[in-house]
Design a protein around this ligand. Structure first.
Ligand code: 13P
Ligand code: SF4
Length: 302
C-alpha cells in the first residue's frame, strides 16, 4: 500500500476519524473514503456515525451542514478553499422582501447554501428529496433559493404551486448546452441520457432520467441499456464505471468539472487530519437557527 494511504489509515485510528466523500471528488479520494454519496446521504450519515472526527471530502456547505447537525463532532475540510460558488448566490435582504410580499410562503433552500442563508429559510432540500419535500409543504407560494434551474425543474413537476425563483446557478451544470447534448445523442444514438436537475430545463427536457448523483448511479446500474450520456460532474464516472464495468459512459461536454471538488488530494487529507486544521466552526446563534431548516429536511424526506 502507498505510504500516504498507510498514513491516513493510521491517523484515522489515532484520531477516531471517518472519511466522507462526495461523488465529485477525484477517484483516489473516493477509493479511500469510508462513505461516498450524494449530498442527502452524506448529511444523514454524518449524524449517525459514532466517530468523533469527520473528514469531509467535499465543499464547504457539506462540512457546514454536518457541523450544524452534529455540533459535538469535529468536522475537518482537507482543503479550506473548496467552496461551492452557488452556495453564496442568495441575498438575505431579498428573502426578507419576498416574505413581506407573499402570504402563505415557504422559503425552500437548496442545501448548496451557506449557514448564514440557512438561518432565514423554512426548509432545506437536496436534489434527491426536493420534489417530495416541496410537494408536502402546505404553503401555496414557494421561494426557491439559490438554484434557479433546480427550482424551475421542481416547479415543472408541481404546477399546483406558485414559484418565485432566484438567479443562482451552478456553472458546471448551467453550461451544459442543448446543442452539445444533441451532438452527443447523434454520436451515441442508443445511449440513455441521465442528467442532474442543476442543468437547464431545456437539457432536462431532452433527458431520459433526471436525478441526484446517487439517483443517476442507481438508474444506470439498474438499466438494461449499455451506453449512457451523463449530464453531471465527471467525478461520478468513477462509481458509474466501478458498478458497471461492461457499460459505457460519455460526458456531454469536456467542462463537466467542479474545480473546487478537485482541490482535495490525499496529501491534503493526511495533512488536515494530522494537524487538525481547517475545522468548520459555526457560531451557536447561527447554528441554532440554521439547524431548524436542516432538521425539517431530514424529517420530511423520510
Ligand atoms: P447531489 O446532491 O446530487 O449529490 O448534488 C450535489 C451537488 O453539488 C451537485 O452539483
Ligand atoms: Fe457547487 Fe456545482 Fe460544484 Fe456542485 S458541481 S459543488 S453545485 S459548483
Amino acid at each position: 500500500m502507498k505510504e500516504i494511504l498507510l498514513k491516513i489509515e493510521k491517523l484515522k485510528k489515532e484520531k477516531d476519524a471517518v472519511i466522507l466523500a462526495h461523488y465529485y471528488v477525484s477517484d483516489e479520494i473516493q477509493e479511500i473514503a469510508d462513505y461516498v454519496g450524494d449530498s442527502y446521504y452524506l448529511s444523514k450519515i454524518a449524524v449517525e456515525l459514532p466517530q468523533k472526527v469527520i473528514v469531509f471530502c467535499g465543499v464547504t456547505f457539506m462540512g457546514e451542514s454536518a457541523k450544524i447537525l452534529s455540533p459535538q463532532k469535529t468536522v475537518i475540510m482537507p482543503e479550506a478553499l473548496a467552496d461551492c460558488p452557488m452556495a453564496h448566490m442568495a441575498a438575505i435582504e431579498k428573502i426578507k422582501e419576498v416574505r413581506e410580499n407573499y402570504e402563505d410562503l415557504a422559503v425552500v433552500c437548496y442545501i448548496n447554501s451557506t449557514a448564514e442563508i440557512k438561518k432565514f429559510v423554512d426548509v432545506c432540500v437536496t436534489s434527491s428529496n426536493a420534489l417530495k419535500i416541496v410537494r408536502a409543504l402546505p404553503q401555496q407560494n414557494i421561494y426557491f433559493v439559490p438554484d434557479e434551474n433546480l427550482g424551475r425543474y421542481i416547479a415543472s413537476q408541481l404546477p399546483e404551486k406558485n414559484f418565485i425563483f432566484n438567479d443562482g446557478y451552478c456553472h458546471v451544470h448551467d453550461e451544459i448546452m442543448i446543442d452539445e447534448l444533441e451532438e452527443a445523442k447523434a454520436a451515441h444514438p442508443n445511449a440513455e441520457v441521465l442528467v442532474h436537475p442543476e442543468c437547464t430545463l431545456t437539457v432536462i427536457g431532452a433527458a431520459d432520467y433526471v436525478g441526484s448523483t446517487s439517483g443517476i448511479i442507481d438508474y444506470a446500474t439498474a438499466s438494461d441499456a449499455e451506453e449512457f450520456i451523463i449530464g453531471t460532474e465527471i467525478g461520478i464516472f468513477y462509481q458509474l464505471e466501478k458498478n458497471n464495468p461492461d457499460k459505457k459512459f460519455y460526458p456531454i461536454n469536456q467542462n463537466q468539472i467542479c474545480p473546487n471538488m478537485k482541490k482535495i488530494s490525499l496529501h491534503k487529507v493526511a495533512h488536515a487530519l494530522e494537524n487538525g486544521i481547517n475545522q468548520i466552526n459555526v457560531d451557536e446563534q447561527t447554528r441554532t437557527k440554521a439547524v431548524m431548516a436542516l432538521e425539517k429536511m431530514l424529517e420530511l424526506a423520510q
